[in-house]
Design a protein around this ligand. Structure first.
Ligand code: PEP
Length: 262
């Protein structure tokens, strides 16, 4: 019923609901749950006009979900493509869904570089998420060298084509454009560059998923902060943010959320 109302709202307004997503990476002890608790409390002060998500280390998914309430979504940072089996140390999408995760980040550049996860594997992870009823957040981005060679658009399209699921309901898929050189560096592309790349991603999504491609959320990620969030979120085809460092403190994270619902 709620889903039908949301769809009707989108059809009438053409709006895509903004997603403000925090990626805690390998940061977070039990004591960090205080920040998530503060986030849930602060969320109550804002209109419910954008989705809010934290992807903590997997050990915190269960306790965070238990205290998250209905405004804070909880996600994970990677998953194994198989549902279960002899894969020591890995977590399947089914296990993460069972723990309370409703989103999983796949293809983050740190997974691609540190763990050799290539696009074909990322696509398998995305399929696993959909199988488990989880929304994959598929990350793509160019290196600094590729940018310098003028290969940004081609790189993003090539990687994304290979990483997205072959079949997807638009509401169960999110793409994050994260220039590798902008992650954790304080550097950010110009608004024009972001608009160009997000426009290219939108075109590809429409080519792949027809009209449903218009509703797939495209997040920007890379040194998003309270000070630059408003102007980035105002760019066409930017439907939210994937935020690393600035998501660790509730005050910073909520200052970004505030710009999304202003
Ligand atoms: C990220 O790692 O996804 C990210 C965007 O990090 P930061 O915001 O710290 O640049």
């Amino acid at each position: 019923m709620l889903g039908e109302r949301t769809n009707l709202f989108k059809m009438v307004t053409g709006m895509v609901r903004t997603l403000i997503a925090g990626n805690w990476k390998m940061n977070g002890l039990k004591s960090s749950l205080e920040e998530a608790k503060k986030t849930t409390q602060m969320l109550q002060d804002f209109p419910d006009k954008a989705d809010c998500l934290i992807c903590p280390p997997s050990t915190l998914v269960v306790p965070m979900k238990e205290m998250a309430g209905d405004r804070l979504h909880v996600g994970a940072q990677s998953c194994h493509p198989e549902a279960s089996g002899a894969f020591t140390g890995d977590l399947s999408a089914e296990i993460l869904a069972d723990a309370g995760a409703s989103y999983v980040i796949v293809g983050h550049s740190e997974r691609r570089s540190e763990h050799g996860e290539r696009s074909a594997y990322v696509q398998e992870q995305a399929h696993a998420c959909l199988r488990a009823g989880i929304t994959p957040i598929i990350c793509v981005g160019e290196s600094y060298a590729q940018r310098q060679r003028g290969e940004t658009k081609d790189t993003v399209v090539r990687i994304l084509r290979k990483s997205v699921p072959t079949l997807a309901e638009s509401e169960t898929l999110v793409v994050a454009y994260e220039p590798l050189w902008a992650i954790g560096t304080g550097l950010v592309p110009s608004n024009e560059e972001i608009a160009t790349v997000h426009g290219v991603i939108r075109e590809l999504l429409i080519e792949l998923y027809q009209d449903r491609g218009r509703e797939i959320r495209i997040l920007y990620g890379g040194s998003m902060k309270p000070g630059n969030a408003a102007e980035i979120l105002a760019i066409e085809n930017v439907n939210g943010g994937l935020i690393g460092g600035a998501s660790l403190k509730a005050d910073d994270f909520m200052a970004i959320y505030a710009t999304a619902v202003a």
